[in-house]
Design a protein around this ligand. Structure first.
Ligand code: NAP
Length: 273
């Protein structure tokens, strides 16, 4: 029986990246739907769950993408609510690459340093990747602080994480170098999750930082999020700290993406968010 991935994308064109990654993950056929809204999802999910018997439904799965993570989250909720008893399919949400990127960054950093009970700071953590990374670190037992240029935005992001992922995260403003220094006070890990091409962590702050053990950066566009590092560093030791650049994280992100899509076809009740 063919493995069919139903790709629901809120953007005007369904992501080519997600489609190719789906084929590389073992899907036999990808059905792409672009311009999707949460209101469209129920009928499409019905199309998936009513066509094959419960024991065959692991061969059908849904992938939710698009650049708007909030819309993606709504689509996931609708998909889940559309299931009827055993008539369900596995679903993965990776709008904007948020989950796979965050998961890869957190896994890479935790593979080097045990951060349980330790402070981890997510710089510019209000975007899709930062929010997911903050939630994942908190789920792994770290004490997480995320920053924004604005206090209100930081607090809103922290509250949204608490609501969706049921973990505690602190949101603080770090609009300048002094703010970043303060947000890193006592931190053992830092992840730069800022927009592409924005340097957030000057070398002068991290090189002789007294507690920082592991640094990660998901911004691959120069200037990098962390000053003085290389984009391909993958656990490089420098100034007594372990450092991951965006490509050092990105190659693992692809492996996470492929493995996650492949897992959708092993059972019909997996939700990957
Ligand atoms: P994003 O939403 O574009 O930006 C994250 C945050 O950066 C924003 O919420 C904003 O926070 C802050 N920011 C924006 N412009 C800024 C500026 N000029 N100065 C300081 N802060 C600024 O990011 P994202 O989509 O979560 O992605 C995060 C990073 O991961 C990006 O660099 C992206 O390119 C990268 N990425 C990598 C992969 C991969 O596979 N390697 C996949 C997806 C994304 P405030 O407004 O709250 O300050």
């Amino acid at each position: 029986m063919k493995k069919i991935l139903i790709q629901l994308d809120s953007d005007p064109f369904a992501s080519v990246f997600d489609a190719i990654a789906a084929y590389d993950s073992g899907a036999d056929r990808v059905l792409q739907y672009a311009g999707m809204t949460p209101e469209d999802v129920q009928d499409l999910v019905y199309g998936a769950i009513f066509t094959r018997g419960p024991e065959q439904l692991k061969n059908s799965a849904v992938f939710i993408g698009g650049s708007d993570v909030a819309v993606g989250e709504e689509m996931l909720d609708v998909a889940r609510d559309s299931f009827i008893g055993p008539l369900k399919v596995s679903v993965m949400l990776d709008a904007n690459g948020c989950n796979t990127t965050a998961a890869a960054a957190v896994a890479r950093m935790l593979s080097s340093v045990d951060l349980e009970g330790k402070k981890v700071t997510i710089l510019a953590g209000t975007g899709p990747v930062g929010i997911r990374a903050a939630a994942l670190f908190a789920q792994e037992g770290a004490q997480v602080t995320l920053t924004s240029r604005g206090q209100e935005r930081a607090e809103e992001a922290a509250a949204s994480i608490g609501e969706r992922f049921d973990v505690d995260v602190i949101g603080v403003a770090a609009p300048d170098e002094a703010g970043v220094r303060e947000a890193l006070d006592g931190a053992h890990g830092v992840l730069c999750a800022g927009a592409a091409g924005v340097m957030l962590l000057p070398e002068s702050i991290w090189v002789d930082h007294p507690t920082l053990q592991v640094l990660g950066d998901v911004n691959a566009v120069p200037p990098l999020g962390i000053e003085g590092i290389k984009v391909h560093w993958k656990g490089k030791e420098k100034h007594g700290k372990i450092i991951y650049g965006a490509i050092g994280i990105g190659d693992f992100k692809m492996k996470v993406h492929h493995a996650s899509v492949a897992r959708l076809f092993e059972q019909n009740d997996l939700i990957l968010d």
